[in-house]
Design a protein around this ligand. Structure first.
Ligand SMILES: [Zn+2]
Length: 206
């Protein structure tokens, strides 16, 4: 493996002389109006999903890039961030949701699985066997088995919204939705709506 030496410290927030973690986080949440994380498939035919979700929930996507006085890209008006992964499976999005909440705060996580998805074309056994034969490795314990492919859309959306809800990195105030997207009609169909728990009324407020 070849490496050349570079110094990218000027581009890292944590490497600045006046770096203050809490202040940096506060500035991020002020600059970025994020509300909704959308998890969907890397299939190019699914590219319309974030705009469709934005329309459904009253969000802004793709929005505009905001530049500072020096002309540097400083923020954006988008209220939707995308997590684009094979099949739109939630297992690959858990850490991104945690980071999105930490830096910007979120209100919704929307998981979308789409029609004619490649993830419905193979089985867990099929991909595990193929890797054994073609690459001589055993991936049977590499990923949770029920997150590898999509056997049934309702089951996969129910599974993934539950996985997202039960993740400790998903705050309880967040709404979790599961949608099916038809890539030809570009229509969303809601399959799961898991609204956040109502805020607990504090004794002090009574
Ligand atoms: Zn797909």
């Amino acid at each position: 493996m070849n490496h050349t030496t570079h110094n990218f410290d000027a581009y890292a927030f944590s490497k600045q002389a006046d770096y203050d973690e809490a202040a940096t986080r506060g500035a991020f949440s002020q600059a970025v109006p994020l509300k909704t994380v959308v998890v969907y498939c890397f299939d190019p035919r699914a590219v319309g999903i974030p705009a469709a979700v934005a329309k459904e929930l009253g969000d802004v996507f793709p929005g505009d890039i905001v530049t500072d006085e020096a002309g540097n890209k400083a923020a954006s008006t988008a209220t939707v961030f995308e997590v684009v992964v094979a099949g739109g499976r939630a297992v690959d999005a858990l850490r991104s949701v945690t980071v999105a909440q930490h830096l910007f705060g979120i209100e919704n996580v929307v998981i979308v699985h789409h029609s004619h998805c490649g993830a419905t074309s193979f089985t867990a056994d099929g991909i595990i066997d193929a890797y054994r034969n073609e690459h001589e490795v055993d991936i049977s314990d590499l990923y949770p088995r029920d997150s590898i492919c999509i056997g049934d859309y309702v089951s996969s959306l129910e599974h993934d919204t539950r996985l997202m809800r039960e993740s400790l990195g998903t705050p309880r105030h967040v709404n979790v939705f599961g949608y099916f997207y038809d890539i030809d009609s570009e229509q969303l169909t809601k399959v799961v709506e898991d609204r956040a728990e109502p805020a607990v009324e504090s004794i002090a407020s009574k």
